[in-house]
Design a protein around this ligand. Structure first.
Ligand code: PHE
Length: 374
């Protein structure tokens, strides 16, 4: 069934390639979770990329050539992401690949992009290992050692929580990494991790882990997971009488978090790449344009997708040619790009060094608290 879905997507894809066999076009691949437990990640990112490409094409494209985006759904599964990127590269013959959001899926894709020397740019995979897989692999976001540090300092300094619990998703490279980085900073600065429990993506009952956590009386619980499970965990924690704030990372960023978690998720905090409350003219303009096309306020994923697409097209515009090494070299030169998620400069390790924001979840949405610079 999964394989069938992929074939279906590919069939649609090859049809569009045939009707678009205009050699003047530049084909760009995208792999994302358009369905499944992380469907909002893929959908928002896709919308952000699509908006950026529309804008570029409207202004004459990349040196006169129009951009054509070809998107495959991986349903939130690393195996599917690997198959999808291989198809995009070997069959569709895309010039570059945008994706994935989730680190576990980017980790599955990166060796393939690297092997074929096709530039891969992740909008928002934050696990350090992603770009270590090769010199064709880039990202436009910060990485988890920073994000973990930010949340550990916030817990200690702002919430005055010295004793915390951790609940991590052991099936998720991002979650495991972020839990470890948080722990490092937290302990180094005098905090204690009372208990470190785990779950696996797809679980729906977290009562036994939460009961073990409740027994230790933590002052906060760090849950570096994705929104579907985090929403359920919040509900079950409150049902068990746990009242302390829950803390998380960018994986919480979804309009669905509040739908799933209800009021149980309120008064909790997470780190993110962007805040829709940012009043800079560029962000205001982005939100306005996005709303016009998609009818909703862009989340952080949409903003990261938009920036990734813009950074990639600028690299294409100034590249000597669009062959693998030339495009890679050009992208590596990205410096001081003014994105809607902040200024983007790619370092020697092909990562962006950027600020993070902390958002508080309230009855009235995600409220901006503070910005933390690297
Ligand atoms: N940073 C997460 C990961 O690497 C993905 C993510 C990014 C999720 C931004 C939500 C928002 O897995």
């Amino acid at each position: 069934m999964k394989i069938l879905n992929l074939f279906l997507a590919t069939a649609i894809l090859s049809l569009s390639v045939i009707s678009y066999s205009d050699s003047n076009e530049i084909l760009v691949g995208e792999v994302g979770s358009l369905t499944g437990n992380e469907a909002t990640f893929g959908t928002s990112t896709h919308n952000g990329i699509d908006l950026a490409f529309r804008e570029v094409n409207k202004k004459g494209g990349v040196n006169g050539r129009m951009l054509k985006l070809l998107t495959l759904d991986d349903q939130g599964k690393p195996e599917e992401a690997a198959l999808a990127v291989k198809k995009l590269i070997t069959q569709t013959k895309v010039t570059a690949v945008l994706g994935e959001v989730a680190s576990s899926r980017s980790l599955a894709m990166a060796p393939i992009a690297q092997r074929y020397k096709v530039t891969m740019l992740s909008p928002s995979s934050t696990n350090p290992k992603v770009t270590q897989l090769g010199d064709y692999i880039f990202r436009v976001c910060f990485i988890d050692p920073f994000q973990g540090h930010v949340m550990a300092k916030f817990a200690l300094d702002t919430l005055k929580a010295k004793k915390v619990a951790i609940l991590r998703d052991v099936k998720n490279d991002y979650s495991v990494g972020l839990a470890n980085f948080f722990t490092d900073t937290f302990k180094k600065n005098g905090g204690t991790v009372l208990v470190d429990q785990s779950y696996s993506a797809g679980d729906i009952d977290f009562k036994s882990q939460l009961t073990a956590i409740r027994a230790k009386n933590p002052e906060a619980i760090f849950i570096p997971g994705y929104y579907t499970e985090v929403g359920l965990i919040a509900r079950q924690a409150r049902e068990l009488g746990i009242k302390v704030p829950l803390l998380g990372g960018d994986g919480w960023d979804s309009p669905k978090l509040k739908e799933i978690g209800g009021s149980a998720i309120e008064n909790s905090y997470f780190s993110n790449h962007y805040s829709e409350e940012d009043k800079s003219p560029q962000v205001v303009e982005f939100i306005k344009n996005y709303k016009e096309v998609y009818g909703s306020v862009p989340d952080g994923l949409a903003a990261m997708g938009y920036d990734a697409a813009k950074v990639l097209t600028l690299a294409m515009t100034r590249a000597k040619s669009l062959n693998g090494p030339d495009l890679r070299d050009s992208l590596a030169m990205t410096k001081d790009f003014a994105g809607v998620t902040g200024k983007i400069t790619l370092d020697k390790s092909r990562n962006a060094v950027k600020s993070a924001v902390i958002l508080k979840i309230t009855n009235d949405g995600f409220k901006y608290q503070t910005t933390i610079h690297p």
